[in-house]
Design a protein around this ligand. Structure first.
Ligand SMILES: Nc1nc2c(ncn2[C@@H]2O[C@H](COP(=O)(O)OP(=O)(O)O)[C@@H](O)[C@H]2O)c(=O)[nH]1
Ligand SMILES: [Mg+2]
Length: 354
């Protein structure tokens, strides 16, 4: 399971600069044969010190981190959803992503042409969201028409789907993002099938230096609980490859802001990581919080889910404390868990299968 994130923004707000930073940090394809090869997709490893420590402990030959794909599309302009510019086609490219990053221009650099006359991240946000809503509305309208016949003949599933989409249509007409409305589980399942753009979790990337951003604007984001990050993307591009000490020397936070973006995406999507480790490799695996042991095993190999017997589980820190698998087993620290066990973030697992 690789996570994909779409990048949207108006022209000249820093999308390409962000994408260039991402591609410079891109993982080598050797260790990640499953990655997409596409010039508009950048694949980065999710930084995780637990992988490094476990790999040291078990002398792994290989370390495999989980990855995130970033999908870059051309700038949206007003009217993109109706095919203005090439927007329509581009919007379809981010249909299959799990979340969307909105790049909003906050940097003041007068020699760079801005499609708006002022620096107004809230207006940019609104423009982008309107385009995504219109795109979703187009999908809804089409589907409603094709459902009519089955609804008239009283097909139960068609009626449920119709009502859900009608509700979505109304919300979109009122300018509401689908994710922000409340939905029954059944409705959510229906909506998921359509990969609606406004039903995806979102992160607002305020592109600029903290000093450049009006505190009032930050307050609006905070008050509304909109997930946002302040990143001066141009500076991050310059600092690609710097270690923590290099970064501090030029007044940047120790951690790459791109790493912060990756971690935030992870939290936003309710994802956790578990590990497998041994002499061959140490590997991080991504699952949704709440995943049970057999399904977690299925992420590694489908046979592990089908023929699941039980799992040996230990928290990664406990395994380090024991100083190895054999020692942990001797101390009785490995827990045997059955098919109802909910895998926890930081678990190290051995799946026993038939
Ligand atoms: N000062 C400053 N300039 C930036 C920043 N991000 C992008 N730029 C500049 O803005 C211009 C447009 O950026 P680009 O990434 O091409 O925008 P795009 O059209 O959204 O892809 C380039 O000259 C960048 O160097 C930033 O964080 N700070
Ligand atoms: Mg660009």
């Amino acid at each position: 399971m690789s996570l994909a994130i779409g990048i949207v923004g108006l022209p000249n707000v820093g999308k390409s600069t962000l994408f260039e930073t991402i591609t410079k940090k891109q993982v080598s394809r050797e260790n990640y044969p499953f990655c997409t090869i596409d010039p508009n997709v950048g694949v980065v490893a999710v930084p995780d010190e637990r992988v490094d420590k476990l790999a040291d402990l078990t002398h792994s030959l290989k370390k495999i981190y989980t990855t995130i794909e970033f999908v870059h599309i051309a700038g949206l302009v007003k009217g993109a959803s109706q095919g203005e510019g090439l927007g329509n086609q581009f919007l379809a490219n981010i249909r299959e992503t799990d979340a969307i990053v909105y790049v909003l221009r906050c940097f003041h650099k007068s020699d760079i042409v801005n499609t708006l006359n002022t620096i107004d991240p809230l207006l940019e946000k609104e423009t982008l969201e309107t385009e995504l809503m219109l795109k979703d509305l187009e999908t809804v309208d089409k589907r409603l028409v094709s459902l009519e016949k089955d609804v008239k003949s009283g097909k139960k599933e068609a009626v449920v789907e119709y009502n859900t989409l009608k509700k979505a249509q109304n919300l979109l007409h009122q300018g509401q993002l689908l994710l922000d409305a409340s939905w029954e589980e059944e409705e959510k399942k229906i909506l998921k099938n359509f990969q609606f753009l406004t039903f995806k979790p979102r992160i607002y990337l305020l592109n600029g230096l903290k000093e450049e951003i009006d505190p009032q604007i930050m307050k609006v984001f905070a008050d509304n609980n909109w997930t946002y990050l302040i990143i001066d993307v141009a500076t991050e591009l310059d600092a690609v490859g710097f270690n923590a000490a290099d970064r501090e020397a030029i007044g940047l936070p120790k951690e790459s802001e791109l790493d912060a973006l990756i971690k935030t995406s992870y939290q936003l999507l309710d994802l956790i990581t578990f590990f497998t480790t041994g002499p061959d490799e140490t590997r991080a695996w991504t699952i949704k919080k709440g995943t049970k042991a057999p399904q977690a095993g299925g992420v590694i190999h489908s046979d592990f889910e089908k023929n699941f017997i039980k799992a040996e589980v230990i928290n990664w820190q406990k395994l380090l404390e024991a100083q190895g698998w054999a020692e942990a087993r001797e101390k009785g620290w490995l827990r045997l868990e059955g098919k109802d066990y909910e895998v926890q973030d930081g678990d190290v697992i051995i799946i026993k299968h038939g």
